[in-house]
Design a protein around this ligand. Structure first.
Ligand code: 5GP
Length: 211
């Protein structure tokens, strides 16, 4: 049987990277789709492990050659999923995880309606701001841009199959595994957490006013 396509989106700083890493460490049969990006490499990131870091020119060349399953612009840079790797993994029966933002996520869903689409949210706006500040990889201005972006992303959450609160890691992992096994149960997670998305949005707006 073909592996499933699992799309994980969520605000910058929500902890997607950790969730995905642990999901793969603790479970067999999952692979991560390494994206291409034109953004600068953050300290500690490795080319070919975290991303394939490309020039704008190489990225545009990839677009012209049809190498991306999806691609989008985010905070002034291109991000895209190399198609071939995803196809190979699925054909081998491996579940393939995509950490991508909503424009790309919807392109994937259109091509693969069976893709499992999950949106991760923090337990509160404050947790998100603290995580962004504490990881220390962005300037204050970049954090502002990512918080502003989160407001736009929040409006897309309800179009995902499931909305999961990433509060306790073990719980998040269990929730994801449950949904991968039984995609229909994603809807319950969406219904349950839609109101919290709006609350977080309101609070981020408040934070931005005094940023
Ligand atoms: P970051 O710069 O923090 O690594 O990622 C910024 C945003 O780009 C995140 O929301 C992440 O999910 C998204 N992203 C990463 N890779 C891809 C990709 O291949 N395609 C799309 N559409 N978004 C991506």
């Amino acid at each position: 049987m073909d592996g499933k396509l699992i799309v994980i989106s969520g605000f910058s700083g929500v902890g997607k990277g950790t969730v995905i890493r642990r999901l793969m460490e603790e479970n067999e049969g999952f692979a991560f789709s390494i994206s291409c990006t034109t953004r600068y490499r953050r300290e500690g990131e490795v080319d070919g492990r975290d991303y394939f870091f490309l020039s704008h020119e190489s990225f545009r060349d990839g677009i012209e050659r049809g190498r991306f399953l999806e691609y989008a612009q985010y905070s002034g840079n291109y991000y895209g999923t190399p198609a071939q790797y995803v196809f190979n993994q699925m054909a081998r029966g491996t579940h393939i995880i995509l950490d991508i933002e909503y424009q790309g996520a919807f392109q994937v869903k259109e091509k693969y309606p069976d893709a499992v689409m999950l949106f991760l949210i923090p337990p509160s706006a404050r947790t998100l701001v603290d995580r962004l500040v504490n990881r220390g990889t962005e300037t204050r201005e970049q954090i502002r841009s990512r918080l502003a972006q989160a407001l736009t992303e929040a409006d897309q959450a309800e179009h995902y199959d499931g909305i999961l609160i990433n509060d306790r890691l073990e719980q998040t992992l269990a929730d994801i595994l449950r949904i991968v096994e039984e995609p229909k149960c994603a809807e319950a997670y969406r219904r349950q957490n839609t109101a919290l998305v709006q609350e977080i949005k309101k609070d981020i707006n408040g934070v931005l006013k005094t940023w």
